[in-house]
Design a protein around this ligand. Structure first.
Ligand SMILES: NC(=O)c1ccc[n+]([C@@H]2O[C@H](COP(=O)([O-])OP(=O)(O)OC[C@H]3O[C@@H](n4cnc5c(N)ncnc54)[C@H](O)[C@@H]3O)[C@@H](O)[C@H]2O)c1
Ligand SMILES: O=C(O)CC[C@@H](O)C(=O)O
Length: 528
């Protein structure tokens, strides 16, 4: 089965090498598609690779019925509707490190070009002028660089700026006094940074919280003559407020690589001589583009081959070592989920998953997601997977809780799933028996031991002589062979169960006949 990949933004040819040379993967690179053309083409593809130009909207995702993974060859994923991708079970991966260096270097280039008015002087010279008075700049040495957003790029910019003998003050929600000291920077609130800075550079994602983070109020607290750089995302700086701040003389210079609307349509800002700009070039180096393309290409190959990825954005990444230890339980977890959905015949209001034994020491989120996938797939089919299972469960108001205990319950590892439905509480436990694969070993409070696959019958009855025989006779009369049979009871003469695996599906008429037998309380067919 060929895995079809559409690349709709210009990715480095060297970078997509891992994809081009992977068996069973077909690549189509079409980087000039209009939105409408992309919407027409997307349905045939299993993967979509983009940079920042292609807008992966909810509308596009809803047309992409085969899409399984979206690869963002870069850091920012604000051009991808993550919620829509998650809802549709599409994993989104990015390349968080591949262009850090290039973006930091571009920021420094913009900072120095702006401080010394290089683009303006160049344009003047190109017009045949020799005007040295108009382009007197300022030094960076001993000036303060305020960094808002102190992640990968912010820190790399600070390191370079320190090389220019600048003082650094930074703000980041995750920057602590200890970390700041270790990195040799001052730190404070956003306002502290803006007040202290001679130059401000922003390196945050574009989020609800960071949209127009630098607005008219922010400019007011800055020093007169401040200069500001944005090589992160258009919109972090309110462009209208920037225009006014430059016109008023508050801001002496601005260097912009990113804009609220891209490609730019409103060039008003660039009419101001104090502003220099580039068309979103922060990651536009051969090295960065090869690196980010390799990163996303390798993740797509890994997804196709192993179902795992390194840089997931909408699904907690599972380290390889951990994956190796929990993967053997994926199928069991999924089967327990399906078993309980069939057993109860209802959707759960609450699901409690208990991990006991060695599993309790591990990150078991992927197991819970697989169990939920098994629980939900009866009604949602292939549209539910481990990317969206938790999202869908939450959407349906199913409260999912994980519980862990290293105490073994008689097994090295045991997964117990308890579902609370309108009719009451049901539960099932499963384990992997050494070398014998998955087993369900408890249903409700009854000890059993059966393979969670094939055609199963779960019968609740009263513990009386002859009941088991009558069930066997009836199934025989219907030419339904019993492969295995487990019985369990609460106490002699009390409630009891039968767990049968049968060689063919029992149809509704067979089930009705079984329910009519004496002492039978309920009969449930489960096909795993
Ligand atoms: N111009 C380009 O071509 C280019 C290239 C690479 C990255 N970028 C952009 O630069 C941004 C930063 O990239 P990165 O790799 O450093 O990301 P990163 O995730 O390593 O760092 C972002 C930092 O922003 C911080 N942050 C979040 N909200 C904040 C807030 N309200 N105030 C202050 N800090 C806040 C986070 O805590 C994080 O430390 C990316 O989101 C991307 O959009 C642009
Ligand atoms: O792909 C690009 O050229 C820009 C990518 C950059 O904005 C990023 O967020 O990584």
């Amino acid at each position: 089965m060929t895995f079809h990949v559409l690349i709709s933004d210009p990715l480095s040819e060297e970078g997509v090498y891992p994809l081009r040379h992977a068996d069973g993967i077909n690549i189509v690179m079409e980087t000039n598609l209009s939105e409408a053309e992309l919407a027409e083409r997307i349905d045939g593809f299993d993967a979509l690779l983009v940079r920042s130009q292609t807008q992966v909207t909810r509308e596009l995702i809803e047309k992409a019925s085969n899409l399984k993974i979206i690869g963002r060859a870069g850091v920012g994923v604000d051009n991808i509707d993550l919620e829509a991708a998650t809802e549709h079970g599409i994993i989104v991966v990015n390349a968080p490190d591949g262009n850090t260096n290039s973006a930091a270097e571009h920021t420094m280039a913009m900072l120095m070009g702006m401080a010394r008015k290089i683009p303006q002087a160049y344009n003047s010279l190109k017009q045949g002028k020799w005007d040295r008075k108009a382009y007197v700049g300022v030094e960076l040495k001993n000036k303060t660089l305020g960094v808002v957003g102190f992640g990968r790029i912010g820190q790399e910019v600070a390191a370079r700026a320190k090389g220019q003998r600048m003082n650094i003050i930074a703000y980041d929600p995750f920057l602590t006094a200890e970390k700041a000291e270790k990195l040799g920077v001052d730190f404070g609130t956003v306002e502290d940074v803006l007040k202290a800075a001679d130059f401000v550079t922003v390196h945050t994602p574009l989020l609800k919280e960071t949209k127009h983070l630098i607005n008219a109020e922010a400019f007011k607290v800055m020093k007169d003559g401040v200069q500001i750089i944005n090589c992160a995302r258009g919109g972090i700086i309110d462009e209208s407020a920037l225009y006014d701040a430059v016109k008023s003389g508050k801001v002496a210079g601005a260097a912009l690589d990113v804009f609220e609307q891209e490609p730019m349509v409103d060039f008003r800002l660039l009419e101001l001589p104090e502003i220099i700009a580039t068309p979103h070039l922060g990651a536009s180096t051969f090295e960065a583009q090869e690196s980010v393309a390799v990163d996303v290409s390798q993740d797509v190959v890994s997804f196709v081959k192993y179902g795992t990825v390194r840089n997931s954005v909408n699904l907690p990444s599972v380290p390889k070592e951990l994956m190796k230890r929990i993967e053997p339980y994926f199928d069991l977890a999924e089967r327990i989920g399906t078993f309980l959905t069939d057993l109860t015949g209802e959707t759960a209001d609450e699901v409690n998953v208990y991990y006991s034994g060695e599993l309790a020491n591990l990150e078991v989120g992927p197991l819970t997601r697989n169990m939920l996938k098994g629980m939900l797939k009866r009604h949602l089919g292939k549209h539910v997977n481990d990317v969206n299972a938790m999202y869908i469960a939450n959407q349906k108001g199913i409260h999912v809780n994980e519980h862990k205990s290293t105490e073994s319950r008689g097994f090295t590892n045991l997964i117990t799933v308890e579902v609370k439905t309108q009719s009451g509480t049901r539960k099932a436990s499963g384990t992997l028996l050494n070398g014998q694969g998955a087993r369900i070993v408890k249903v409700d409070d009854y000890i059993v031991d059966f393979l969670p696959n094939g055609h199963l019958l779960f019968i609740r009855h009263n513990d009386r002589p002859g009941v088991i025989g009558r069930v066997g006779t009836l199934l025989g009369a219907e030419d339904i062979n019993i492969a295995t049979m487990q019985v369990g009871r609460s106490n002699a003469g009390g409630d009891a169960i039968m767990m049968l695996s049968i060689d063919k599906h029992a149809d509704p008429e067979d089930l009705e006949e079984l329910k009519k037998l004496e002492e039978i309380e309920s009969v449930t067919a489960i096909d795993l």
